[in-house]
Design a protein around this ligand. Structure first.
Ligand code: DGL
Length: 291
């Protein structure tokens, strides 16, 4: 663990700051820990203010900016916005706070680049109301395709559909509960991708950091022919590449992770282990903590 007094002086030895509205971003943190085993992570989950997915863009931006300031003050060498809702509302504002020297990555752009690079035509996206309401995936994917292919870019519009019940169910530990399958099927049918719409999409983006926990249920519902896009894995690779290109990778030492939340309850502790895939020392802390 590190504290401001023990803050590493070398930029590459500094932790990667990563934040989410709560504990869903731990799926991204876990993928990053696997992809970059030598890197230290400073994770902050804003459990006191979640869910961001039901908040206004202005409020999500206000919270995100405060968190970015905190991660900067803690000496983080990069900031990863591990929340789709915050990525949609606050990436530009976080970049402004971070300044030129601290790279900022969100969870939307790497997925968009992945889809554009592979020429995936018909894409469906599910996420919170905040993410879907922003239209960020459709807009960014159209831009990325146009950059790569110009006039030949796919004309297929990206369909984005809000699935607000899923994050609370998964948070409750119901990611593999019998209820998940009919709830997911109802949403995907309403979006036009099941039933009569079967075969309407080539890829389904799980545009919320909670959803990968229920990937087996998604797979059963969509069948074998729809690609489920693995956001955390794609984001972890993109972060690793971005750090490499700036000479900020550290790989030869034992990582020191820190996991902070703005409100710590027994339930968050239990859920955090599920999201990270192993036991983690979740502690109260962060920008609003007066401990
Ligand atoms: N982590 C959020 C996201 O990826 C979902 C949870 C919330 O609404 O705060 O959008």
């Amino acid at each position: 663990m590190f504290s401001p007094s023990s803050r590493p002086s070398l930029a590459s030895d500094a932790p990667i700051g990563i934040f989410d509205s709560g504990i869903g971003g731990l799926t991204v943190a876990h993928a990053m820990a696997q992809a970059m085993p030598g890197e230290s992570l400073l994770y902050f989950g804003d459990t006191a203010h979640m869910p961001y997915g039901d908040r206004s863009p202005e409020l999500v931006r206000t919270y995100s900016v405060r968190i970015a300031q905190y991660l900067r003050e803690e000496g983080c060498k990069a900031i990863v916005i591990a929340c789709n809702s915050a990525s949609a509302a606050a990436t530009d504002a976080v970049r402004e706070v971070a300044g030129e020297d601290i790279p900022v990555m969100d969870v939307v752009q790497p997925v968009v680049e992945y889809l554009a690079e592979r020429g995936v035509a018909r894409v469906g996206v599910i996420g919170t109301r905040a993410t879907v309401g922003s239209g960020i995936y459709g807009r960014s994917l159209a831009e990325a395709r146009a950059r790569r292919e110009g006039d030949a870019a796919s004309l297929h519009p990206t369909v984005e559909w809000p699935t607000p019940l899923l994050a609370p169910l998964i948070e409750e530990g119901w990611h593999d509960h019998a209820l998940m399958e009919p709830v997911i099927a109802s949403y995907l049918t309403a979006a036009g991708w099941l039933g009569d719409g079967m075969g309407a999409i080539d890829a389904l983006v799980l545009g919320c950091t909670h959803y990968p926990l229920a990937d087996e249920v998604f797979r059963r519902v969509v069948g074998p022919h729809v690609e489920l896009v693995d956001g955390p894995g794609i984001v972890a690779k993109a972060v690793s590449k971005a750090l490499d290109s700036r000479g900020l990778r550290r790989s030869d030492s034992l990582p020191r992770h820190q996991f902070l939340v703005s409100d710590l309850t027994e339930n968050f502790k239990r859920s955090a282990e599920r999201f990270f895939g192993e036991e983690i020392p979740l502690q109260p802390g962060g920008p609003w903590f007066k401990g």
